[in-house]
Design a protein around this ligand. Structure first.
Ligand SMILES: CC(=O)N[C@H]1[C@@H](OP(=O)(O)OP(=O)(O)OC[C@H]2O[C@@H](n3ccc(=O)[nH]c3=O)[C@H](O)[C@@H]2O)O[C@H](CO)[C@@H](O)[C@@H]1O[C@H](C)C(=O)N[C@@H](C)C(=O)N[C@H](CCC(=O)O)C(=O)O
Ligand SMILES: Nc1ncnc2c1ncn2[C@@H]1O[C@H](COP(=O)(O)OP(=O)(O)OP(=O)(O)O)[C@@H](O)[C@H]1O
Ligand SMILES: N[C@H](CCC[C@H](N)C(=O)O)C(=O)O
Ligand SMILES: [Mg+2]
Length: 505
């Protein structure tokens, strides 16, 4: 595609035309630039793409978009054309949309935002649509699925260039629907600029990511942008969890949407009202009142939070034109999401659950559920807190773990560039403030083996924080690590010991 074509669709403050090269790719990372690339140079929190312009030109880049006036003033445009823009990521989105020939116009997009439940709600919505024979694109934390083909996800919400590339692949594979998580980072940075959202869902807002957003109000404002539209018209349908304290903020932002649906487990007047909940270890049953009539929903997903996720996903599927009977029939067969309350089989009589709870609210919810299922047995919790992330959530997570458990082990969860012992100490402080105590075992595999050894028949062991993740990131490198696999191996060892010496039982 010609540079002039891309430039026409990009809001530029100024440009130095010169030649009109053929653009073979759009890139935002110098390491990806090759012959014919358009490099979008952006200033970031830790690096500045503008510092790599000389390098990408040596690599053969055909054109540059810069968000720096100084760079624009000094760049020699006889080498290749340059444009100056106000907002790097917005320009990246506009250029990518043009380069990939606007695949976003051919997909009806359902987007989910909120602190917890995005991945689950997106998975459920996609599964309901796929069961109704719709060809879909799924984008989110666990994985990316392009018309059934599974790809790895690096981010919950990718940069615009990667987003538009995936939209293009999906359209070419026959997809008509996209279901995606929109993280607060992505909404704030406008990674999703220009994506018209048809159906927008808000799950909830509790503390996370304050390292990035600073305050809960600015975190909420980032989420609310989903309902205003980011470089696109507002969504057609807004689906908002009415039981959440921030629902009024989201509903106010959703005022321009054509249809606004509230879902609730508490408010009979909500558009989608879930009532008569029957929650068990095998699944969930509830009655759902909806604008399309009443239905009895059954699902293998367990726990109250999944009633919220199911209600939101069902509402989204209905907004996308499915009928209530079909949706309810599909809900009964939905597969659980990897790493969300995922059970690890064993013959020791233990319930071992791997869960992605990595905020105090998610921990409280998962431990309440464990407590309900445990009866008179104990709840044992292992958790850690991510490094280079919101520090203030660490003692809160410690408090939630202490209040919800009979025994707590603190370990490492992606310490990244931080000292694992310092992170653990901050979490332990919260445990102690809540009147509890915890052992600290920094090596996560050793910690998992340790907590499983402490468990007795009937106990519930929650391994929280990493869920589906397949790596542990520390000291600048990511090594393979999988809670489910590590727990399974530790359980095999214990089973073996028990067979040899039944007194271990
Ligand atoms: C806080 C945040 O959003 N960070 C992301 C963001 O960083 P940034 O804007 O500060 O950019 P930067 O790293 O300073 O780099 C600036 C520019 O220089 C470029 N660069 C950089 C180095 C180089 O050698 N060459 C080069 O061209 C970069 O590609 C970028 O265009 O853009 C970078 C480029 O895409 C991302 O790698 C980086 O993700 C970091 C690793 C990250 O941890 N992000 C997390 C917090 C994140 O985005 N999470 C959300 C939500 C998670 C959830 O709750 O589900 C997500 O959507 O995944
Ligand atoms: N609706 C919900 N409300 C509160 N907690 C939830 C809800 N759904 C799931 N959870 C809890 O939060 C954890 C993360 O769920 P999920 O992965 O669906 O959320 P997410 O918003 O995608 O998270 P992330 O932003 O980290 O990707 C789950 O493992 C569970 O403990
Ligand atoms: N999307 C979240 C996931 C956190 C998962 C947890 N394992 C951690 O590393 O803190 C984040 O990047 O903050
Ligand atoms: Mg997610």
């Amino acid at each position: 595609m010609l540079w002039s074509h891309i430039l026409r669709e990009t809001t530029a403050l100024a440009s130095n035309p010169g030649s009109d090269p053929n653009i073979t790719d759009v890139v935002y990372d110098s390491r990806q630039a090759g012959a014919g690339s358009l490099f979008v140079a952006m200033r970031g929190g830790t690096a500045d793409g503008n510092r790599y312009i000389r390098q990408v030109r040596q690599q053969g880049a055909a054109a540059v978009i810069t968000d720096s006036r100084e760079t624009f003033a000094f760049l020699d445009s006889s080498e290749s054309p340059v444009a100056l823009v106000e907002h790097g990521r917005r320009a990246l989105a506009q250029a990518s949309a043009a380069f990939f020939a606007h695949p976003e116009r051919q997909l009806a997009t359902t987007a989910v935002t909120g602190t917890n439940g995005k991945t689950t709600t997106a998975f459920l919505t996609e599964a309901l649509l796929a069961r109704a024979e719709r060809t879909t694109l799924l984008l989110g934390t666990v994985e990316t699925r392009v018309a059934g083909r599974v790809l790895e996800s690096k981010h919950t919400t990718p940069e615009a260039r990667d987003l538009y590339a995936l939209f293009r692949q999906a359209v070419d594979a026959g997809a008509t629907e996209a279901v995606m998580e929109m993280s607060s980072h992505a909404l704030d940075q406008e990674r999703v600029f220009g994506i018209p959202v048809d159906v927008a869902i808000f799950t909830n807002l509790t503390q996370d990511h304050l390292d990035y957003h600073g305050t809960m109000d600015s975190y909420a404002a980032a989420k609310a942008r989903l309902f205003q539209g980011v470089g696109a018209p507002p969504p057609r349908v807004a689906i908002v969890n009415a039981d959440d304290a921030y629902s009024s903020t989201m509903l106010a932002a959703a005022a321009p949407c054509q249809t606004t649906w509230r879902y609730s487990l508490q408010d009979r007047a909500a558009d989608f009202f879930a009532t008569d909940l029957r929650l068990s270890a095998d699944g969930t049953r509830f009655a759902l009142q909806s604008p399309f009539g009443e239905a009895l929903v059954t699902s293998p997903l367990v726990g109250r939070v999944n009633v919220y996720n199911l209600a939101a996903a069902i509402a989204a599927a209905l907004a996308r034109g499915l009928d209530l009977d079909t949706v309810v029939a599909s809900a009964a067969e939905l597969a659980p999401v990897p790493g969300r309350f995922e059970s690890v089989a064993n013959t020791l009589g233990l319930t071992v659950l791997v869960d992605y709870a990595h905020t105090d609210d998610a921990l409280t919810n998962v431990l309440n559920l464990a407590r309900e299922l445990a009866g008179n047995a104990r709840v044992l919790t292992l958790f850690g807190c991510g490094g280079d992330r919101d520090r203030t959530k660490r003692p809160k997570m410690g408090r939630a773990a202490a209040l919800g458990s009979d025994l707590v082990v603190i370990t490492s969860d992606n310490p990244r560039s931080e000292d694992p012992a310092t992170i653990a100490a901050e979490a332990l402080q919260g445990v102690r403030e809540a009147g509890g105590d915890a052992e600290v075992v920094l090596d996560r595999a050793a910690a998992i083996a340790h907590i499983l050894r402490l468990a007795r028949k009937g106990d519930i062991v929650i391994l929280a924080g990493k869920g589906h993740e397949k790596t542990q990131t520390a000291n600048g490198s990511s090594l393979p690590f999988d809670d489910v696999a590590v727990a399974a191996a530790a359980l095999r060892t214990l089973e073996h010991e028990q067979q040899k010496d039944p007194r271990h039982a």
